[in-house]
Ligand binder design. Structure first.
Ligand code: NAD
Length: 483
């Protein structure tokens, strides 16, 4: 039996996704004496983690995986203080039973989406996947294992996990910690290597504190102690929701101002710059655009709203739900702005969509901003919607679009791996996300996609030459339809 204070030797990470994979890689990099095994049920994903083509597009991730998974030497500047002569200590596997049985710490990094049906649909978190993973841990983990919530979960989950473990393995000592992840896709490795803070929530008992210290010592291999905060589990769980809610709130706030700008002729970028120069406000997350997409902000606000509702705080619930409502409205407003700019007539016209991932520098298409825009545009019967995003796989794009496609419009949507072809003879070029290649407008240079993730080669290209008519740049949102 393990005791919660002993040094960690073997970590199992459940879920080889956007959080589990990079987190495991960075922990393994800085703790060469710890064996880190990442488990996933998805065989294809595990195969890709074990191949040269990782399933996730994140800068420098492959360098770290080469060192930790393959024992190769490190080339990245960022990690030059890490010894290069080492044995592999990062493994990806589907054999959860074997890994869980060896682990003295298990990090839960499985997906926790919003419920789509039943009580709390659209607001509450769907914990089915998380709970199923906890049950597996309960069955196979050794007594004394420390279980860490890395997934974003509703407040009170640590307590609920304890009850689930007690039900499956009565009397077996397990310690549950909350350790939410604050990484941002597109800069995941940088965020993990240099976190602003690491939050560890535990039960305020001697064994809870010992478990928190054991996890803190894993992070202390590279994170300054002053950035590792030890708090209670509820505060840790809630702090994660609050961080995302406040970031999303800034986006909705500036987007609401962009609507006023459109009516008055004021320039929202100038206003954001001016407001952001006030150090009490700051410039981050003040860029007007299509709004926020992705798998986190919307669901975390929904979860906060649901929590407030269930605590009998309807005014608080209403306040936060407006952040999501404003986001929906802005996206719809943008789509109609495109239609307006095209003189309310899209019939037979070609529209190029640049950028499909929910934001720049990631291949993640979940909750893509483009889907709703394309849904509205398709109702106007355009000749073709031509999509280009050098970071995304075309199968991911088509899967995300599936709900808005039917027999009548399916033939009109195409994914291009070449920016030239996507924009050639287009009547409108709609820039949906702020990916670096789309940034400089007009006459921007675009990259060519290589059919795997991510392009590095830049093929100079001017959309003005290729498109017949207009650019509509939602990632900047600084043009005025009346001008
Ligand atoms: P993801 O969907 O990319 O990865 C989750 C993985 O878990 C999937 O590969 C899935 O196959 C696997 N899985 C599910 N059940 C399993 C089981 N029983 N055993 C083994 N594997 C299992 O999700 P993600 O984006 O990495 O998010 C994970 C959690 O982290 C979520 O709670 C999310 O809210 C939170 N989070 C995400 C981000 C982000 O930017 N993506 C940032 C911070 C926090």
């Amino acid at each position: 039996e393990l005791s919660f204070g002993t040094p960690v030797r073997h970590i199992a990470v459940v879920g080889a996704g956007y959080v589990g994979g990079p987190t495991a890689a960075v922990i393994a990099l800085h703790n060469p004496h710890i064996r880190v095994e990442v488990l996933d049920k998805d065989q294809r994903r595990v195969r890709r983690w074990n191949s040269p083509h990782l399933p996730i597009h994140e800068s420098s991730l492959i360098d770290i995986v080469r060192v930790t998974r393959d024992g190769a030497s490190l080339s990245s500047r960022d990690n030059s203080n890490v010894p290069t002569d080492r044995l592999p200590n990062l493994f990806f596997t589907t054999d959860s039973q074997a890994s869980l049985a060896k682990a003295d710490m298990v990090m839960m990094a499985v997906n926790t989406p919003t419920k789509t049906f039943g009580i709390g649909a659209g607001r509450a978190t769907n914990m089915t996947t998380f709970d199923a993973a906890v049950k597996e841990v309960a069955l196979y983990a050794r007594p004394g294992t420390i279980i860490v919530e890395k997934s974003t979960v509703p407040c009170g989950t640590a307590q609920r996990v304890r009850q689930m473990l007690d039900a499956v393995r009565p009397g077996t000592p397990f310690e549950i910690l909350s350790n939410p992840e604050f990484l941002s896709e597109g800069s995941a490795v940088r965020n993990l290597l240099h976190p602003d803070r690491v939050l560890i929530g535990s039960a305020k008992t001697p064994s809870g504190r010992r478990a928190a210290d054991a996890l803190a010592s894993v992070y202390a291999a590279w994170v300054p102690r002053s950035r590792i905060l030890e708090v209670d589990a509820w505060s840790s769980e809630l702090a994660k929701l609050v961080s995302n809610a406040m970031l999303a709130q800034r986006i909705s706030s500036i987007n609401s101002i962009s609507a006023i700008c459109d009516r008055t002729g004021a320039d929202v970028d100038e206003i954001a710059r001016s407001a952001g120069l006030d150090p009490r406000i700051g410039p981050q997350f003040l860029k007007a655009g299509l709004g926020f997409g992705g798998s986190c902000f919307r669901k975390d606000i929904a979860s906060l709203t649901y929590l407030a509702e269930s605590l009998g705080l309807p005014e608080v619930a209403h306040y936060w739900s407006q952040v999501n409502s404003m986001n929906d409205w802005q996206r719809d407003r943008f789509a109609h702005k495109v239609i307006h700019r095209m003189e309310e007539n899209l019939v037979g016209k070609k529209i190029a969509i640049l950028g499909f991932a929910f934001k720049k520098n990631t291949g993640d298409t979940r909750e893509s901003l483009a889907v709703d825009v394309i849904r509205v545009l398709l109702q106007e019967r355009p000749g073709e919607i031509a999509i280009f995003d050098p970071c995304c796989l075309s199968e991911d794009i088509m899967r995300e679009l599936e709900p808005v496609l039917d027999a009548n419009n399916r033939e009109r949507v195409h994914v291009y791996t070449d920016a030239y072809q996507a924009c050639e003879q287009a009547n409108a070029v709609v820039v949906v996300n702020d990916s670096d290649p789309f940034k400089q407008a007009p006459g921007r240079k675009l990259g060519k996609s290589n059919s795997k993730n991510a392009s590095t080669e830049q093929q100079p290209f001017e959309t003005n030459d290729m498109a017949k008519e207009i650019h509509i740049d939602g990632s900047r949102f600084s043009y005025h339809p009346t001008q």
